[in-house]
Design a protein around this ligand. Structure first.
Ligand code: ADP
Ligand code: MG
Length: 232
């Protein structure tokens, strides 16, 4: 456990540092973008160069916005809420178009009453979007995603299951490391950030995968009014 604590502490420190740097880079980048637009000419010979500059700036912005979600836990806005189900439904609606375009069916299986948890809604949303996007991206020829919401003892358990190609055994740990990606346009930050957000919520993030698909189980502790959070 000591080893684990140390690792968690290191990760938190690295996350804060990354978020801090991302924040610092964003301002000069905005300036560069502005002046780029001012100086941009539309000669045919330079046009392709400007297109590349724009695409690369967009890419830096994507990486920065992902890193910024690693913001310090003390800046996270934890609130008690009992709408995890609604949150999942919102996210599903949000991602529906992308799913349909990719022939991916999303099936939800959620119990009607959900107890309260203490969370930062936007960060949880970010996690759910990351996971659903990964599943859709893993199944370019279509497939199925199942979202299962269950109350188990003192926790809410959300399972995201897909029937994509899965992750080879030897990559299971690496895919959770920062910047590891198998995608041409990937950032390799989604899983790492999702895991960190869930752990900041005193929850657990468990990834497993085989040739039949990938499953991610997120467990979040239930909050009871007037009591400290229970350990799960
Ligand atoms: P990115 O999506 O930018 O590549 P992530 O951290 O979200 O970064 O994912 C890292 C890698 O993990 C992906 O490039 C992919 O190889 C693998 N991966 C993640 N989710 C899935 C999934 N549902 N099915 C198959 N592979 C996955
Ligand atoms: Mg991703």
């Amino acid at each position: 456990t000591e080893e684990l604590l140390l690792q968690t502490e290191k990760l938190m420190a690295a996350g804060q540092l990354a978020a801090g740097i991302a924040h610092e880079i964003r301002n000069p980048l905005t300036a560069i973008k502005g002046f780029l637009q001012l100086t941009e000419d539309h000669h045919n010979d330079t046009k392709p160069y400007f297109e590349i500059i724009h695409a690369e700036i967009d890419r830096i912005e994507l990486i920065l916005s992902e890193l910024l979600t690693l913001a310090k836990p003390k800046e996270m806005k934890f609130k008690v809420m009992n709408k995890v189900k609604e949150l999942l439904e919102d996210v599903t609606t949000l991602i529906e178009t992308q799913a349909i375009l990719n022939n991916v069916e999303i099936v939800t299986n959620m119990s009607s009453c959900t107890p309260s948890i203490e969370c930062d809604e936007n960060q949880l949303k970010q996690v759910f979007i990351n996971l659903l996007k990964n599943s859709i991206e893993a199944m370019p020829d279509g497939g199925k995603i199942i979202i299962d919401l269950e109350v188990i003892q003192n926790s809410i358990q959300i399972a995201f299951l897909d029937n994509g190609p899965g992750i080879p055994d030897h990559l299971l740990n690496r895919v959770q490391e920062p910047f590891f990606t198998t995608k041409e346009k990937g950032t390799g930050l989604g899983l790492m950030i999702s895991k960190q957000i869930i752990e900041n919520h005193s929850g657990r993030f468990h990834l497993s995968s085989d040739a039949k698909g990938t499953s991610i189980i997120v467990t979040l502790p239930i909050t009871y009014p007037g009591s400290e959070a229970v350990n799960i």
